[in-house]
Design a protein around this ligand. Structure first.
Ligand code: APR
Ligand code: PHB
Length: 391
């Protein structure tokens, strides 16, 4: 098989890239290791920056998002049983975010791709990426028990953190920057209307809690748990009780309970692989960088990379100039590091690290006090949350 751009992975990065290339008249083939049902059901975050919404609309994938997505003009910070609302449009000159689950974004993009895009092969696992420092790289993959080769001009490694494409960058070339956190998130989906109409980020001595949502009828909630926790260790009653404790306010706000339909633990990590390009291999999304979920930046970064890469490939096709391909890594990394900084700040602001000292506790509260009393500090949060520009 032969194509112009071989895309490994049908997560948001690979699917958005495939869509944008299709619209630019550039041939691409997407190889996805898992089956369609698995990809469409994997639970991930779902806060879309304004820029991400604009990209999905421009890519022709905005119809259902515009009908079902929920516009959010702010978030609530909770600490010391107090609540403080951060007003996004008021602080950023009109920007907001849209709550629309990543699974739904993927479903919409997959349907479009299968209806009129280039080939998207499910259960096609890339085994190795070869020859990325030559003019004709290849992806070796296995599909329905048979090994095959996809010859291409460029390879887009959109295969997430656990994928194979990053390993095609020679050890002496790549550099990794990372940080692990000694806690994770226990997340639940519950069939109950959200107890608040905006997301609530809570700092509590017992640990962080987040109230989010998927639809007006489905809540998504998270609890900080120690690293290594298994979801089965937490019973339903225990989860609701802990959420109530951590989200409690002095003004009598009530958490609504409902049947828990899904429960899982997400580890937390910050990770950046530099550079994001080696020869004809371009890494995009989680294949190149991971953020802890506290700022909801993962999906938005993946979409940003796909936009920068599609633009660079289209520029090369139209003008013959590789200029934008050459600056791909630097362009993406600037935005990636801003998201890393923000996600790290939000994580350390709101979580209680095991063994945190009384001094560190007081510092957290001082940071929260500053955020909620200084318009400058609050504007910094609102700008980062609603998203940094794509270029
Ligand atoms: N061959 C083919 N596909 C692969 C391989 C492989 N060897 N390895 C992994 N994949 C697929 C995975 O099954 C997955 O569908 O690559 C896809 C990567 O998708 P994501 O993990 O969703 O990564 P990305 O598209 O970069 O999107 C980042 O996803 O993890 C969340 O929070 C993160 O929101 C962020 C977003
Ligand atoms: C989610 O709804 O899953 C979600 C929302 C906000 C975050 C992280 C996850 O910061």
């Amino acid at each position: 098989m032969r194509t112009c751009v071989g895309i490994i992975g049908a997560g948001p990065a690979g699917l958005v890239l495939a869509r944008l290339l299709h619209r630019a008249g550039i041939e691409a083939v997407v190889l996805e290791a898992r089956d369609r049902t698995y990809v469409e059901q994997r639970q991930r975050a779902g806060v879309l920056e304004q820029g991400t919404v604009d990209v999905l609309r421009a890519a022709g994938a905005g119809a259902r998002m515009d009908r079902e997505g929920l516009r959010h003009d702010g978030i609530e910070l909770r600490f010391e049983r107090r609540r403080h609302r951060v007003d996004f449009p008021g602080l950023t000159g009109g920007r907001s975010v849209t709550v629309y689950a990543q699974t739904e974004v993927c479903k919409d993009l997959i349907a479009l791709q299968l209806a009129g895009g280039g080939p998207l092969l499910f259960e096609a696992e890339a085994l190795a990426v070869e020859g990325v420092d030559t003019p004709s790289p290849r992806i070796r993959f296995r599909n329905q028990g048979r090994e095959d080769v996809l010859e291409c001009d460029y390879v887009a490694g959109c295969d997430g953190f656990w994928g194979v494409s990053r390993s095609a960058v020679p050890a002496g070339v790549g550099r990794v920057f990372e940080r692990a956190y000694p806690f994770g998130w226990l997340g639940i989906l519950a069939d109950v209307p959200p107890s608040h109409d905006e997301l609530v980020y809570a700092r509590h001595e017992r640990g962080f809690a987040l109230l989010s949502m998927r639809t007006p009828a489905v809540s998504r909630l998270y609890l900080q748990v120690p690293d290594g926790t298994k979801a089965q260790e937490w019973g339903e009653e225990e989860i609701w009780r802990e959420l109530e404790l951590r989200l409690e306010t002095a003004d009598g706000w009530r958490l609504r309970r409902g049947p828990v339909t899904q429960k899982s633990v997400t580890p937390m990590r910050s990770y950046v692989h530099e550079p994001m390009r080696y020869g004809r291999l371009f890494l995009a999304g989680d294949a190149a960088h991971i953020v802890p979920p506290t700022g909801a930046k993962g999906l938005n970064l993946a979409v940003g990379d796909a936009v920068v890469l599609a633009r660079a490939l289209a520029h090369e096709k139209e003008t013959g100039s590789a200029e934008l391909l050459d600056t791909y890594s630097a362009t993406c990394l600037r935005r990636v590091w801003q998201a890393e900084r923000f996600s790290y700040d939000m994580t350390t602001l709101l979580h209680r690290a095991p063994g945190a000292t009384a001094f560190e506790d007081r510092l957290q509260l001082a940071r929260l006090d500053r955020l909620t009393s200084s318009r400058a500090a609050e504007t910094d949060l609102a700008e980062a949350y609603t998203g940094f520009p794509l270029s």
